[in-house]
Write a protein that binds this ligand. Structure first.
Ligand code: CU
Length: 297
């Protein structure tokens, strides 16, 4: 019921194929088990895949839920972070040999993307740390309030086909009042800008999302490239903060619309964070989106 107002429905099984079976297409993949799948569905695996609905049986665990994956670990070096106080957040990536990794491959113009959000999905940050020769990454960070934060290190190891996103909890002591998740909405205002979302997240398919940027009600047609694209979109699932980094369809037009393809691993509520750059400032627009059921239409 909550999902009915979230926007028009995106059909199109043709889109599904690339996302479900073409892991290397650069389409954001956040596929995982869908908890409410009936057990009998396993028997029909082959048929389900032919129909393009097999993602939930074969897809990996969503990103960002593990502090260690495939022998590579995220080690947070900072402790005792205080709310409202600028501090250097430090971490390293430790490889299977127990040593800090010092060689990374570039994705979206950077060797490391660090995403930070409090467990209540407030306080989103997307920053780019610098690495010292010993593999220690540092970035100045001011966390506005106390609470449990989640940090995501999003990176690509040289020679690897897929990027890794490792997540860790970072506590910030102090009195903590969780912020309720804002209700689903299709517009978000930041400074003079208004960003409008159209599209719907449907688990098990590739969802096409369009984000349109206006400034003082005038469409923005001179968005500035940011990290090699006109926008970056991160989605976090409410409840466990499963992580989805989606990237836009390549476009020569600098706005007002940016098109993304996203695949969500399950029904549920997601918070979307769009970073866009205009007038040399990076701003973030946020949306709550409810992903509906799939396969029952
Ligand atoms: Cu980044």
């Amino acid at each position: 019921m909550a999902g009915t107002g979230a926007g028009r429905r995106i059909g199109g099984l043709t889109l599904v194929v690339a996302a479900v079976f073409g892991g290397a297409y650069g389409i954001g993949q956040l596929s995982g088990p869908i908890g409410n799948q009936p057990a009998a569905a396993e028997e029909h695996d082959g048929m389900a895949e032919q129909e393009g609905h097999g993602a939930e049986h074969t897809a990996p665990v969503p990103k960002g839920l593990q502090v260690s994956q495939d022998g590579t670990s995220l080690q947070v070096l900072s402790s005792g972070l205080a709310a409202g106080t600028p501090s250097d957040f430090a971490f390293r990536i430790v490889g299977p040999d127990g040593h800090a990794v010092t060689k990374f491959a570039e994705t979206h113009d950077r060797n490391m993307h660090l995403i930070v959000a409090r467990r209540d999905l407030s306080g989103f940050r997307h920053v780019h740390p610098e690495m010292a020769a010993d593999g220690t990454w540092r970035v100045p960070l001011t966390l506005a309030g106390a609470g449990d934060y989640r940090v995501f290190a999003d990176f690509l190891l040289p020679g690897a086909e897929d990027g890794l996103t490792l997540g860790a909890d970072v506590p910030v002591s102090g009195a903590y009042t969780p912020v309720p998740l804002p209700a689903p909405a299709l517009t978000y205002a930041v400074d003079d800008y208004r960003v409008t979302l159209s599209g719907e997240l449907t688990p098990g398919t590739t969802s096409r999302l369009t984000l349109t940027v206006d400034r003082n009600s005038v469409p923005v047609t001179d968005l500035q490239p940011y990290l090699g694209a006109y926008g970056h979109l991160v989605a976090l699932r409410q409840g466990d903060l499963a992580y989805l980094h989606v990237h836009p369809e390549e476009s020569k037009r600098a706005g007002p619309s940016i098109v993304f393809y996203a695949e969500v691993p399950s029904t549920g509520t997601y918070r979307l964070f769009l970073d866009f750059r205009h007038g040399d400032v990076v701003r973030t627009a946020e949306f709550t989106v409810v992903a509906g059921e799939h396969g029952h239409e």
